[in-house]
Design a protein around this ligand. Structure first.
Ligand code: BGC
Length: 741
């Protein structure tokens, strides 16, 4: 049958469905013709496939790939971790390294650092760059980004996510997705949903009320689907309503596919699929990681033993499973293949390019947060001769290796000490170890090659550091966490908020001998700082990947004026966090009730009026900014109206700098308990000394709503609202009220 190109474009979906073995004018089958609409191609391909071929594309064929349909020339899908760089190649069916020499990558800053830029342009740059690396490595699906909400500072995987606020995470995830996918590489947004801890990650059932689910834990995923247009999403390991989320009626079928209209593929987290019947009926499309020793150790191909493989075929053959559901899954996977692997007009991509190193540096420069800077300890002046002492293991340690599946094999990683040495100018740089943390430097066969062995006792290490610190012009302590198990690492959570490895004692001792002390924390999580009042400056430097040392030095020496803001609350004590205050994080429980509800992060701190160590949105600059009184365009609006809030921001210091102007909104009178205020807008602006810029935010009805559980819908109530504008959630500079009539 020959079909006219135009007519097929106009064919309604149902008619396209009926087309079998269609061909275009050029005698090309419709599914191979990239000028045809995607749905027509998918239907055409589907109509040519046997049941066996349809099942074959629904499960892995190796650690990171799934089969195509060779008979029809439909290619395989190759996935890769994610989310900070492109993972090195492993063997077909083993986690062991394949030993390639062309799979080293650029490590981009961890997603917490990206979120800390509060700059959507940085997210776009990140997505573009990592998308190009994925493309160059011929990957079709990038396993990331992650947007699980930061519920507890103990979660070992917080560094892979974008903080505690659904609005911030939603805004920051979208450009990343759009830019990755421009390369013909799909994102796989993870881990959908409620994977907010690593302890018992395969066993715990997240018990969450609907309001909390919709207001806190789902918005970033929804934005990823609706605004980002994500082509695939990864089901998480945990359970929800008693079902593993990789096959979950509520989260996958009802919300993601039905309510949100997601047309892409749901991919299981590796080993997250547990039940054939649920996998069939509850929304899983593509199964990975279930049986992992198939080809090398099994007598037959282990992948045939997956839930969505032979067991599925059996059910299809004996009528227990319907072809309709099978077709829906196959369509979704075909869409994914057509959008990525089968596209012929993709850019080539690039690996380890100067532009990518530059992107990594820019993102890190903007993400590093200056938490405290009294007596102007920072920036250091590299033009004046003198001696600085750097203390701490994290000044040396490569952080791109470790942490779980996000571990990388980098072409280059500038460690902090080298970054500082390169930027020190007239300053002599001395180093002391201070403490011993994790000296291993290997993950999955990738080794850093660093020798971090140290034989001095803890006391001797402190004494040696203090001896050199006494007469140094400045001391920079570089510590924090690392990527070892029970630190910032997949599959385990931290045991407490405090710094490990005796670091508090080292910092206290250094502070006693030299007041000119700056503490740099390298972590993906908040840490306790009992010495906060005793040190001059504190910097949160995250995990910044290949350019970690360069970017840190940029900030320490003032080449870059810091502009990062915290994407999560740093509590003084663990009990100042809602989940912990209510004992709603339990390492042994397989049922985790999110008792704090919507009061996550700053929402909890403000409700309880507990002063955080450093608040959500906090971050200093080497200059200062003033805010004029906010004004609203209208004093009142109807329920479907919009208004704008404006404020003038002025750089009142003597250095050029960037400020993140933050808009929070509070509902002054509501029928349900609502947070004091919630982030609803932010804008990063650059100002020269003395310069003023007007920043305006449009307030739309959706920003004022809460999730009404009775109506199972978003509700807007009339009354007075307050718009708070400021430099942090605890540094509101001006506010203005308006009414919804
Ligand atoms: C992780 C995923 C990752 C996958 C593949 C899982 O253990 O949870 O985030 O993408 O492994 O490496």
């Amino acid at each position: 049958m020959k079909l006219n190109l135009k007519s097929i474009a106009l064919l309604p979906f149902a008619a396209a469905l009926a087309l079998s073995c269609a061909q275009t004018q050029s005698d090309k089958p419709v599914y191979l013709d990239e000028n045809q609409p995607l749905e027509a191609r998918v239907e055409d391909a589907l109509s040519r496939m046997t049941i066996e071929e349809k099942v074959k594309i629904l499960h892995a064929q190796s650690k990171f790939s799934s089969a195509g349909v060779p008979r029809l020339g439909i290619p395989e899908l190759w996935t890769t971790d994610g989310p900070h760089g492109i993972r090195p190649e492993v063997l077909w069916d083993e986690w062991r390294q394949a030993g390639w020499t062309n799979d080293s990558c650029v490590a981009f800053p961890a997603l917490t650092a990206l979120a800390a830029t509060w700059n959507e342009d940085m997210s776009a740059l990140y997505g573009k760059s990592i998308g190009e690396e994925a493309r160059f490595r011929e990957k079709d699906v990038l396993l990331g980004p992650g947007v699980n909400i930061y519920r507890t500072p103990l979660n070992g995987r917080n560094f892979e996510y974008m903080g505690e606020d659904p609005y911030l995470a939603s805004k920051m995830v979208v450009p990343y997705i759009q830019e990755v996918q421009k390369n013909g590489v799909a994102v796989c947004v993870k881990h959908y949903a409620l994977n907010n801890q690593e302890t018992l990650r395969h066993q715990y059932d997240a018990v969450v009320d609907d309001r909390t689910l919709y207001e806190i834990y789902l918005p970033a995923f929804k934005a990823a689907v609706h605004e980002g247009g994500a082509w695939s999403i990864m089901g998480s390991y945990n359970l929800y309503k008693g079902q593993h989320v990789c096959h979950n009626q509520y989260l996958l079928n009802d919300i993601l596919k039905k309510d949100w209209g997601f047309d892409g593929a749901v991919i299981s987290d590796w080993g997250g699929c547990h039940d054939t019947d649920q996998a069939i009926t509850n929304g899983l499309d593509l199964e990975f990681g279930t049986w992992t020793d198939g080809l090398t150790m099994g007598a037959t191909n282990g992948y045939d033993s997956y839930h969505l493989a032979d067991a599925y075929l059996e059910r299809l053959r004996d009528g227990r499973a319907s072809e309709e559901v099978l077709n829906d899954k196959a369509r979704r996977v075909l869409r994914l293949i057509f959008r990525t692997a089968m596209r012929t007009d993709k850019p080539f991509g690039s690996l380890c390019s100067p532009e990518h190193y530059d992107a990594a540096r820019q993102i890190a420069d903007e993400g590093i947060v200056l938490l405290k800077n009294e007596a102007s300890v920072l920036p250091l002046d590299a033009t004046k001769p003198g001696r600085i002492l750097v203390v701490g293991e994290n000044a040396l340690k490569m952080m791109t290796v470790g942490g779980g599946s996000s571990s990388l094999k980098v072409q280059k990683e500038i460690i902090p000490l080298d970054g500082i040495r390169a930027a020190a100018g007239e300053l002599q740089v001395d180093f002391e170890r201070g403490y011993v943390g994790d000296v291993s430097g290997a993950y999955n066969g990738v080794v850093t090659g660093q020798d971090l062995s140290e034989s001095r006792s803890a006391e001797k290490l402190i004494a040696d550091a203090c001896a050199k610190a006494k007469d140094a012009d400045a001391v920079i302590f570089i510590g924090g966490l690392n990527k070892a198990s029970f630190q910032d690492c997949e599959d385990s959570d931290r045991f407490g908020l405090e710094l490990p490895y005796n670091q508090d004692a080292v910092i206290e001792a250094l502070a006693q001998v030299n007041p000119n002390l700056a503490v740099v924390i390298i972590s993906g999580n908040a840490v306790a700082m009992p010495w906060v009042d005793k040190v001059g400056a504190i910097v949160e430097a995250w995990y910044c990947g290949s350019q970690a040392g360069t970017a840190l030095a940029d900030v320490l020496f003032g080449k870059v004026n810091p502009s990062g803001k915290l994407p999560m609350t740093f509590p003084v004590r663990l009990e100042d966090n809602g989940a912990h205050a209510l004992n709603a994080y339990d390492r042994k429980a397989t049922s985790v009730e999110y008792k704090e509800g919507i009061f996550v992060g700053y929402r909890w701190a403000q409700k309880k009026d507990v002063k955080p160590l450093f608040a959500f949105g906090h971050g200093l600059s080497y200059t200062t900014f003033s805010y004029s009184d906010a004004s609203v365009s209208k004093a009142s609006i109807p329920a479907n109206g919009t208004l704008s809030v404006s404020v003038d921001v002025t750089n009142t210091g003597n250095r050029e700098g960037k400020e993140v102007v933050q808009l929070y909104i509070g509902d002054d009178e509501a029928s349900v308990e609502r947070p004091v205020m919630e982030l609803k807008g932010f804008r990063k602006i650059a100002l020269k000394p003395g310069e003023t810029q007007k920043v305006s935010f449009t307030i739309e009805p959706d920003m004022l709503k809460f999730y009404d559980v009775n109506a199972a819908d978003w509700a807007l109530e009339k009354g007075t609202f307050t718009a708070y504008v400021g430099a942090a959630s605890d540094d509101i500079r001006t506010k203005v009220s308006f009414e919804v009539k």
